[in-house]
Design a binder for this molecule. Structure first.
Ligand SMILES: Cc1ncc(COP(=O)(O)O)c(C=O)c1O
Length: 440
């Protein structure tokens, strides 16, 4: 095994945890079932730091190496098949290799994969977003959600002539310096341009916003915290934020990179809030790399190539293959399809909640439509602070235990549905949770 190869259980589990023994058993079972993935993880560790190219997808002892995905099922290098409840972190809303998405993407690719001039695909995808999202007059595409939030923040700073942007505790807007957790490699002055606000806390936000009102360019928020634990913002909280940003002259940016799956008009449509700018990603590329941002015409005008003040390029921006797959995906996501997916998600959350409660373990679940998150804490969760108090060993145990039972969720418990899932696969997850918790 390589020097930085798969992490041994002993390196990770404190010996005083009440879950240590169960975790050791579950981890051994996982290792025994995934020998080929382990061998590839060892090779990977020689050429990729820690064996991965995405910090978020790594978990100990090693993630499975995937070789195929179809519909709701993914298969790893050892031939294990699992129901994919993560769907590349919520981006594959129709599941893997959806026939129509694939054929539309392949047809686009067959006519050329990238050009140094616009294609009709990017125009059509922009039209679909403008038709669906009331607050969006115009759109620009990027290659990732990270670039989308970075561009939206630059736009807000240019439009207002102010330097600071406020974000929320537990929020995730990608990996660029302004949105990454302050730390190694991020210069101090970058942090000074950011303000962190408490989520779902009107008095706390009001005070913090008032302190920086004159220098605040924007407030960026996920209407449902995604990576932070699938925690929905309260209606009154978003109403307050809209008013507070109007009052202070800051722009309100909704990061809908995850939540766009919840309604054809995004979560903003369910809340009845009109932000100034919106960022997109994940599902709008139908499983291919993409990002995008859009909003008020007077703000977006700053990006006009001859009359605007902001230059924003990107060799693969508006990539025709991603755009074709995104159009096919959004066409399939009609209001009844989204309603049914959300309904199925809510029912699943209710059933898992009951199973966890009956187990007596300190564990719970949060959800919003087709998104949900298991939490190793019995606390009521309305912000990311409670998520931070979850038991890390129980979190790991739930994750690996479900992996061993054929269900793929994020290591931190985040998960989502795809339209490819069957009734049996939904029931199966409830059964797997019941079986897992009763084994503890
Ligand atoms: C809400 C949100 N914003 C931005 C991003 C960054 O998107 P990407 O990973 O495409 O850069 C993510 C990714 O998970 C996200 O969840």
């Amino acid at each position: 095994m390589g020097r930085l190869g798969p992490t041994s259980r002993e390196e990770n589990v404190p010996t005083d945890s009440i879950y240590t023994e169960a975790l050791r058993r579950v981890s051994e079972e996982y290792v025994a079932r995934n020998p080929r993935s382990m061998a590839i993880a060892d090779r990977a560790a020689r050429v990729l730091p820690g064996g991965t190219t995405r910090t978020t997808t790594f978990f100990a002892p090693f993630p499975p190496v995937l070789v195929a995905g179809e519909g709701s099922e993914i298969v790893d290098a050892d031939g294990n098949s699992r129901v994919d409840y993560l769907n590349n972190y919520t981006s594959l809303v129709l599941g893997h290799a959806h026939p129509n998405v694939l054929s539309r993407a392949m047809a686009a690719a067959g006519r050329g994969t990238a050009f140094s001039s616009p294609t009709d695909y990017e125009v059509r995808l922009a039209e679909v977003l403008v038709e669906r999202v009331g607050s969006v007059d115009q759109v620009r595409f990027t290659n990732s959600g990270t670039e989308a939030t970075m561009a939206a923040m630059r736009l807000a700073r240019a439009f207002t002539g102010r330097p600071k942007v406020a974000r929320f505790e537990g929020s995730y807007h990608g990996t660029h310096d302004y949105t990454a957790t302050p730390g190694a490699g991020i210069p101090g002055p970058v942090g000074e341009l950011m303000v962190t606000l408490p989520f779902n806390d009107i008095p706390g936000c009001e005070e913090a916003i008032d302190q920086v009102a004159d220098s605040l360019a924007a407030v960026i928020i996920e209407p449902v915290l995604g990576a932070g634990g699938v925690i929905a913002a309260d209606q009154e909280f978003l109403d307050f934020l809209r008013q507070a940003t109007v009052r202070t002259g800051a722009l309100l940016i909704f990061d809908e990179i995850v939540t766009f799956r919840l309604h054809t008009g995004g979560a903003q449509a369910t809340y009845g809030i009109t932000p100034d700018l919106t960022t997109f990603g994940k599902i709008i590329g139908g499983g291919f790399p993409i990002g995008g941002f859009g909003g008020r015409e007077d703000v977006m005008a700053l990006l006009h190539p001859t009359r605007g003040s902001i230059q924003w390029g990107g060799t693969f921006n508006g990539n025709p293959v991603s755009a074709a797959a995104g159009i096919a995906t959004l066409e399939a996501l009609t209001p009844p399809v989204i309603d049914e997916l959300n309904r199925a998600g809510e029912e699943l959350v209710e059933r898992i909640d009951k199973a966890l409660e009956a187990s007596g373990l300190p564990a719970g679940i949060t959800g919003a439509g087709s998104l949900f998150n298991l939490h190793a804490t019995a606390e009521e969760i309305t912000d990311n602070r409670a998520v931070g108090r979850a038991d890390p060993e129980l979190t790991e145990l739930l994750h690996l235990g479900l992996m061993n039972r054929g269900y793929f969720l994020a290591p931190r418990g985040m998960a989502c549905l795809s339209t490819a899932m069957t009734r049996d696969e939904l029931d199966g997850l409830v059964d797997a949770v019941e079986d897992l918790v009763s084994s503890l």
